[in-house]
Write a protein that binds this ligand. Structure first.
Ligand SMILES: NC(=O)c1ccc[n+]([C@@H]2O[C@H](COP(=O)([O-])OP(=O)(O)OC[C@H]3O[C@@H](n4cnc5c(N)ncnc54)[C@H](OP(=O)(O)O)[C@@H]3O)[C@@H](O)[C@H]2O)c1
Length: 278
């Protein structure tokens, strides 16, 4: 029978208070406080700072630290087992964030479709959040379509405050299509991560999974105080120097202190977790 609860590896990493749970009937793990469709909600990690969500920065990379192929071509780096692990991670978070580069390139769904089927219940779906200063998200993208068809949560698009008339028109179009646009202050032309996190917490987001792409990963590495845990899937493959990497521009002095906490094999992939030490 397929396992109907997250890998113990994830529970120990994200819910240290749940260390006592060994594999077994999932009933003890389920949070019945959940809203309507989410009967199968698993407890979510909570931040030690009540003003910010718990942040899990996560991505899949090749052995040469690439997260996509030549020209940004989407690569399926994760094998089946680590993909399922990532979908368990999704259902454990209130929200999942990507940058507009990923939304435009991959048109992702950010759902939990690789988890084993449930009878009579649904997995908690994380709210999709897109960093998109100038509101370029296509109105017909899968995130908006899935929401309209009742198969996903309403996407939140984070734009930079603007009075530009094109921007206002885009905002109205996105909202008419079903997305919610949230305006956040910019910093050096980019959405300010600390301001964004505080805003998200006031909107009820307790935990945030940041899934990429390259620029977003770099921004979170540069905000040492914003990340709680880093979970990296390393696939046994090389992409080469034309692939998309995130590592070249990391500033050594700005990197947070990180303590490796676990490494486990999921199929052919190694998944490593690091705790950010404040
Ligand atoms: N392997 C993996 O795990 C994985 C996961 C996700 C994506 N990917 C890959 O990553 C690639 C896309 O990466 P990317 O670097 O082009 O795009 P990205 O990181 O997804 O998005 C970057 C864009 O987000 C917006 N943004 C707004 N505020 C930001 C901030 N504070 N920090 C960073 N970005 C901010 C900017 O556009 P505006 O200024 O217009 O807002 C920026 O150009 C794709 O090839 C995709 O397949 C891989």
């Amino acid at each position: 029978m397929e396992q109907l609860f997250p890998p113990v590896f994830l529970l120990r990493t994200l819910l240290p208070g749940h260390n006592q749970f060994a594999p077994g009937p999932p009933v003890a793990l389920y949070d019945k406080r959940s809203d309507t469709n989410d009967q199968y909600k698993i407890p979510t990690p909570t931040s030690p700072d009540p003003a910010k969500p718990y942040v899990t920065l996560t991505f899949a990379q090749s052995l040469d630290a690439k997260i996509a192929g030549v020209g940004g071509k989407q690569l399926t780096l994760s094998g089946k087992d680590s993909m399922v692990m990532t979908h368990w991670m999704r259902t454990m978070h209130d929200a999942i964030m990507i940058g507009i580069g990923t939304a435009l390139n991959d048109n992702p769904q950010l759902n939990t479709r690789h988890l084993p089927a449930l009878s009579g219940s649904k997995y908690h779906l994380p709210r999709p959040i897109i960093l998109d200063s100038s509101l370029r998200l296509p109105l017909d993208c899968k995130l908006i379509q899935n929401y309209k068809e009742g198969r996903g949560r309403r996407p939140w698009v984070i734009g930079q405050v603007s009075e530009n008339s094109d921007w206002v028109t885009r905002k109205q179009a996105l909202e008419a299509a079903g997305a919610r646009v949230i305006e956040v202050k910019g910093e050096n032309g980019r959405i300010s991560i600390p301001v964004l996190l505080t805003t998200l917490r006031t909107l009820g987001i307790r935990s945030l999974m940041v899934e990429g792409g390259a620029q977003v990963i770099r921004s979170f590495f540069a905000e040492a105080n914003s990340v709680n845990t880093i979970i990296v899937t390393v696939a046994p493959t090389f992409v080469g120097n034309d692939g998309v990497g995130y590592g070249d521009d990391l500033v050594s002095t700005a990197l947070p202190n990180m303590e490796p906490t676990r490494t486990e094999l999921f199929g052919r992939d190694a998944v490593m977790t690091l705790k950010v030490i404040r």
